[in-house]
Write a protein that binds this ligand. Structure first.
Ligand code: NAD
Length: 475
């Protein structure tokens, strides 16, 4: 697949440059060479996309749920057919291994197939009523125009998790992918056209957050904003869209902890910790950036973990700013008394390579213990027992995922009940999700919505309660 030199926006089914004529340079994370340019959009481009979406939405909503599901399925099957090409594009724009990108393409396909099935399975409820001869039932209705704004880390699942349920529910959409991953979003838009998604139902606007994302959030004709990204941006979106009472779904960051008890299988705990902390260069909302280990097994765990880190192949992070931010945070932590056990300094080679880094002895309220760095970095904490572990885990402002390694079902269930998180895992990694499982967090990790699963339908539709009162004498 050849990535075009200039990636255009997709507005009303047409490929168009930004109104300003300007573009953004997208560099490869592996060597900082130019991959492509993407439209540098602003308020004018956003207005055109929102207007196209508004115009297209009523006819799209008139199609039956089965028909919309069928088109979603066509798109999912096309993504599957284009698996190699899509994965290669993702690997190149992210600088990640091809196998990782292939797994992500598969996840995007599975999301489409799951949502497509809702066409024939999107059930409502019927209810009893106190009034005689009254039947009450629920039906879903679309919201209208949905703005979909996302992060770069797994660009295809990120766009798939939002576009599939949003259009299935009868909305028209304006997607704003990350400025770091324009190529996969462009290809997704092209394939959507080919699959029969009508013009205007999916529009894609490229550009920087404050220039292209902010006008979308502020646009009075946008009914729903579904956002995946940092808590800082999410907070601004919630405040801004909240002023006009628009619906807002936020999927934000995490400072996820993996707890290792003294009865854990240490080999497995180390294996899962390495995968949880360092896969995708730690650029996962669910990454384990805190490893909370019982005193009795701390030394053995640390030794095996550090041996495992030596065997990892460094992957680049998404940008120079990201690399510098992580590096600065490690330096500050070291200045405050934390010990850097491995990594800690950028690699001396082209590209944005920061090695897998492990620190210990950071205070639980230190910046590195509290702040999400979204990179290949994890901090070790020593605890005496499960209560201390739970209190440390819950000490975070975030609450996305949490994992525990233990042989005891009592400890596992106690942890699951007490930990403040949207997803809990026993004896594995701080995972993401699967298409049929609701995913999201508590506290500053989100606003309570769940993406994926049938729960996603609640984000992208409104519930209508219909009362049917009949007169038996007229029967
Ligand atoms: P970010 O907040 O910088 O950007 C996310 C998106 O928002 C990008 O498309 C960006 O251009 C846009 N944006 C930035 N400023 C904006 C503004 N003022 N108005 C509108 N849009 C704006 O986040 P990021 O660095 O791309 O992603 C990393 C974050 O995403 C981490 O916090 C990570 O945990 C989170 N994340 C969460 C999930 C989840 O499901 N909870 C999944 C993936 C990533």
């Amino acid at each position: 697949m050849v990535i075009p030199e200039e990636i255009p926006n997709l507005v009303d089914g047409r490929a168009v440059p930004a109104a300003s004529g300007q573009s953004i340079e997208k560099l490869r994370p592996t060597d900082e060479t130019l991959l492509c340019r993407a439209a540098r959009s602003g308020a004018e481009d956003v207005a055109a996309a929102v207007s196209a979406a508004r115009a297209a939405q009523p006819a799209w909503a008139e199609r039956t749920a089965v028909e919309r599901g069928d088109i979603v399925r066509e798109l999912a099957l096309l993504l599957r057919e284009m698996r190699d090409e899509l994965s290669a594009v993702v690997a190149e724009e992210m600088g990640k291994p091809l196998e990782l990108a292939q797994g992500e393409t598969d996840a995007a396909v599975e999301m489409g197939l799951f949502v497509a099935g809702e066409g024939r399975r999107s059930y409502g409820r019927t209810m009893t009523a106190s009034m005689p001869h009254r039947t009450v039932l629920t039906m879903r209705q679309p919201l209208g125009v949905a703005a979909l704004i996302m992060s770069f880390n797994t660009p295809l699942p990120n766009i798939a998790w939002k576009v599939f349920p949003a259009i299935f529910c009868g909305n028209a959409t304006v997607a704003k992918p990350s400025e770091h991953t324009p190529a996969s979003a462009w290809l997704f838009g092209e394939l959507a056209r080919e699959a029969g998604v009508p013009d205007g139902v999916l529009n894609v606007i490229h550009g920087f957050g404050p220039e292209a994302g902010a006008p979308l959030v502020e646009h009075p004709d946008v009914d729903l904003i579904s956002f995946t990204g940092s808590a800082t941006t999410g907070r601004w979106i919630n405040e801004t869209a909240g002023r006009r009472l628009a619906k807002v779904c936020l999927e934000l960051g995490g400072k996820n902890a993996l707890v290792v008890c003294d009865d854990a299988d240490i080999d497995a705990a180390v294996r899962w910790s390495l995968a949880s902390a360092f896969s995708n260069a730690g650029q996962r909302c669910a990454s384990a950036s805190r490893l909370v280990v019982f005193d009795g097994v701390y030394d053995a765990f640390r030794e095996q973990l550090l041996a495992g880190v030596q065997g990892l192949e460094p992957q680049p992070v998404i940008s120079r700013e990201s690399m510098d931010r992580i590096s600065d945070a490690v330096q500050r932590a070291a200045g405050e008394g934390a010990t850097v056990l491995s990594g800690g300094e950028r690699l001396d080679r082209p590209g944005w390579y920061f090695p897998p880094t492990v620190v210990e002895n950071a205070a639980s309220d230190a910046e590195i213990s509290r702040t999400e760095l979204f990179g290949p970095l994890t901090a070790l904490f020593r605890v005496g027992d499960l209560e201390e572990a739970i209190s440390l885990v819950n000490g975070s402002a975030y609450g996305l995922t949490a994992a525990i390694h233990t042989a005891s079902v009592h400890r596992a269930m106690h942890f699951a009940e007490r930990v403040q998180a949207g997803v809990v895992v026993v004896n594995a990694g701080t995972h993401g999700s699967e298409p049929h499982m609701g995913f999201g967090g508590v506290k500053e990790s989100g606003t309570g919505w769940r993406e994926a699963g049938v729960e996603a339908l609640d984000v992208y539709s409104d519930l209508k309660v219909v009362n049917l009162v009949v007169d038996p004498l007229s029967a």
